[in-house]
Design a protein around this ligand. Sequence first.
Ligand code: ADE
Length: 292
Amino acid sequence: MSEAQRRGDAVRLRVDIVTIFPAYFNGPLDVSLIGKAAARGDIEFAVHDLRRWARDAHRTVDDMPFGGGPGMVMKPDVWGDALDDIAGAGPATLVVPTPSGLPFSQELAARYAAQPRLVFACGRYEGIDGRVVEAMRARMPTDEISIGDYVLAGGEAAALVITEAVARLLPGVLGNASSAGDDSFGGAAGAAGGPRYMCGLVEGPVYTRPRSWRGHEVPGVLLSGDHAAIARWRRDMALRRTAAYRPDLIRALRDLDPRDQQVLAEAGFPAAGDGPGAPPARFPVGGEDMAH
Ligand code: ADE
């Protein structure tokens, strides 16, 4: 029993993971922020071997696809029985990782962090028979989620990614309560108390001691103690890096002030409201050339 459970505190998030590779989760859930949150009882995990619900001596979980084509499809009867047993009790959201799902985002992570329970159905092979999601949708909130435009061998890595993004948003999980709001996309997620200057942007570079390392200096403004200047510089750097790596996010920005527009113009972006931004010709993303 965890310390929190001994104190009688409620678990904030219960996570059930159904997989044919339970061993995949040995380790990652025990270390770092997630491990500490689990040890405190803020988050509780249960990993279930899908083959427990298989019906034959070979514990078969897949079959050939109707309509032909390569690969195998995971059987609806096995998944149906597993999810009846696991997701049946109490309110929960079913998350089915798949490359053909809704893109995962910080906003979704924040929404999941407010739920009492998440159930991950990790598919392998060509995926899970489509009727499983259809049937589950009629019973509980069910999201098919992609973590990016690439194809993994199964949903396990995606379930870990989503779990980590959600767990660090649980109250008390991050050491510094304001750091979630400072992150890339943090402002967009509306984290309480987080600075708004990072809203919709990816974060710029960060620095620690020593001040001088291999001839590279920490930008002087960060040593100035001038908090307004530091916040402005951080926003400038975030704008520059976002323009370089994520021009799609720049086009979605609203309420740009004159300094923002100047920074973006220097980066080769047209003024806000001029339509789609052109890709920047050259875009330094480090901090070295921002003299202060
Ligand atoms: N399973 C395989 N590829 C995936 C992806 N990109 N996102 C989520 N689940 C997946």
